[in-house]
Unconditional design. Structure first.
Length: 228
């Protein structure tokens, strides 16, 4: 979504213009990110769980293994023994833990929606969010990634990069919670799925490239000089 398209909502949604300015600068600096890279909504769900505490390159290897074995389907993964699943996703790290989390999600999917993602997608957003958060091993960032990228719900995903960038630019207090930070974006931006996807991906790009934890490259950052 371009800045111009986002601004058309401003008359009735009271969008914080600084957030839109940040979006514009990031978009100009990095271009469209095309995130989340997946062929199906179910693949997004699997990737969201596997990417916990690892980089995406490792997740791609694990997903590639599943595809090569023709296992990237709900019923096949649901029926696959836990130890076999763990070995297949080994490249993503913490594979025993993540295999259990995948099984927890799949059990939920089959118990609540007969293994059909389209049935899960019929659930009201907040109700589904609460249900997903009750699944052991699925934290807010993972759940919101599933809601936004797999199910096209206007739920803003926040992560460590989001906190770091917006704290350093004085938009948020140091002690802000995940839910407060998510609400900050959802309150000040239009509930547009395309905008939320692109914004989150651009924040990640900026965090990885410039707003590093120990050695930030502030002098060359596209957000240099922006603060609240």
């Amino acid at each position: 979504m371009t800045l111009k398209k986002a601004q058309k909502f401003s008359s009735f949604l009271k969008i914080d213009q600084l957030l839109l300015e940040i979006y514009e600068k990031l978009f100009k600096a990095f271009g469209p990110q095309g995130w989340w890279p997946a062929e199906t909504p179910f693949e997004v769900c699997i990737g969201a769980i596997l990417t916990q505490n690892t980089n995406w390159q490792n997740v791609e290897k694990a997903i590639r293994n599943l595809k090569q074995m023709n296992l990237l389907e709900p019923v096949k993964l649901y029926q696959l023994p836990l130890d076999e699943l763990a070995q297949i996703i080994r490249p993503c790290g913490y594979y025993n833990i993540k295999a259990k989390r995948l099984k927890n999600f799949l059990t939920f999917l089959f118990k609540e929606y007969k293994g059909e993602l389209f049935k899960m997608a019929e659930e009201e957003t907040q109700v589904l969010r609460e249900k997903l958060l009750s699944v052991k091993g699925l934290g807010p960032e993972t759940v919101d990634s599933i809601l936004l990228y797999a199910l096209e719900r206007p739920v803003f995903v926040v992560d460590a990069y989001t906190y770091r960038i917006f704290f350093r630019h004085h938009f948020i207090p140091e002690e802000i919670s995940y839910e407060e930070l998510r609400s900050f974006f959802e309150t000040n931006l239009p509930p547009d799925v395309a905008l939320f996807k692109e914004y989150h991906a651009l924040i990640v790009a900026c965090g990885k490239t410039y707003c590093k934890k120990a050695t930030p490259l502030c002098s060359t950052c596209p957000l240099q000089g922006i603060s609240r």
